[in-house]
Write a protein that binds this ligand. Structure first.
Ligand code: FES
Length: 152
């Protein structure tokens, strides 16, 4: 177990619920939980993986994915809670002022504790809209769907 997690008494086998009700167990290998505040999505992350990579590996969504290497800025988030290490980010996509306000690139940060992030990049509106659309879709699927190949 990670030393920090142990120092705060974190139960390495404790479980949390994801936004769709899936159980996302913490494990010794993935001790940290990342929560995307815009969508409520959560996923586990190890300290040696960047946040974007962890999200993709677990097939979670919420943070837009672009170049995966700090060049496009679409994965920009504001960390509202938690500690992390960050690798060098291009000033073309994250200004010094933004960085001072907690804005970072999800593909360039590595958790040192549980994190809460807000998607603030170019596609932040689409993230919220997609979440709203999927929410309404879940409640509109009770009508019959026309299926031309299906015999009745
Ligand atoms: S995905 Fe392009 S900067 Fe992170």
């Amino acid at each position: 177990m990670h030393a920090f997690a142990k120092s705060i008494g974190m139960d390495s086998m404790g479980a949390t619920l994801g936004s769709h009700g899936q159980c996302l167990p913490r494990t010794p290998a993935m001790p940290f939980q990342v929560t995307i505040e815009n969508t409520g999505e959560t996923f586990a992350c190890k300290e040696e993986d960047n946040v974007l990579k962890a999200m993709e590996q677990l097939r979670r969504k919420g943070i837009p994915v672009g170049c995966r290497n700090g060049g496009c800025g679409v994965c920009k988030v504001r960390v509202t809670e938690g500690r992390y290490l960050k690798k060098k980010m291009s000033r073309a996509v994250v200004s010094a002022q933004e960085e001072a306000q907690g804005c970072v690139l999800a593909c360039k940060i590595y958790p040192q504790s549980d994190l809460r992030v807000d998607v603030v990049g170019k596609m932040a509106r689409a993230v919220v809209a997609r979440k709203s659309a999927s929410f309404s879709f879940e409640f509109t699927t009770t009508t019959d769907v026309f299926q031309p190949d299906k015999e009745t």
